[in-house]
Design a protein around this ligand. Structure first.
Ligand SMILES: [Zn+2]
Length: 160
């Protein structure tokens, strides 16, 4: 069992230090971008843009390698975005052993983590795992994703 890797007070430097990674300007800025808005997972292109805006231009290959390294060291997690066929990178959940439901907006394809729902999700996950083990299977990881329309994309009710 791994210890929670991310506390509320974690800084980019802490996260890199714990992962044994060099604290390069690009790496610090990538984590800074994510910690500023931890519910959002981003694509390579979005990171590239965000880094540029922060005055830290990084070439695409360097950025790819950096993101892969952050995934390999379990600072970030990666999931595929079926709609735009891109990988999205987000901070690993606060408690890695607890499944965290993920919501994807089918309109804008942003991903949101839902830490508020982690308790009921854990209860559901426990039931699923125990049902599996009753059948002699061994479940190891549960990935829960919900699709729909995010608050930013839902049209406000018309006032006619
Ligand atoms: Zn949306």
């Amino acid at each position: 069992m791994s210890a929670p890797i991310l506390e509320n007070t974690a800084t980019p430097a802490d996260l890199l230090g714990r992962a044994g990674l060099r604290r390069t300007r690009a790496a610090l800025t990538v984590l800074d971008v994510l910690l500023a808005e931890p519910v959002c997972a981003r694509t390579h292109a979005e990171f590239e843009k965000a880094l540029m805006q922060r005055g830290v231009p990084v070439n695409r290959v360097t950025l790819y390698r950096l993101l892969e390294r952050l995934v390999a060291t379990e600072v970030l997690e990666r999931h595929s975005d079926d709609a735009d066929r891109a990988w999205r990178f987000g901070l690993r959940s606060l408690q890695p052993d607890m499944p965290l439901p993920r919501f994807e907006c089918d309109a804008c394809h942003r991903h949101f983590n839902l830490p508020e729902a982690s308790e009921p999700t854990k209860a559901a996950a426990d039931q699923i795992l125990s049902a599996l083990s009753n059948l002699g299977h061994m479940g190891q990881r549960i990935d829960l994703s919900i699709h729909g329309t995010c608050s930013g994309c839902i049209e406000p009710p018309s006032r006619r």
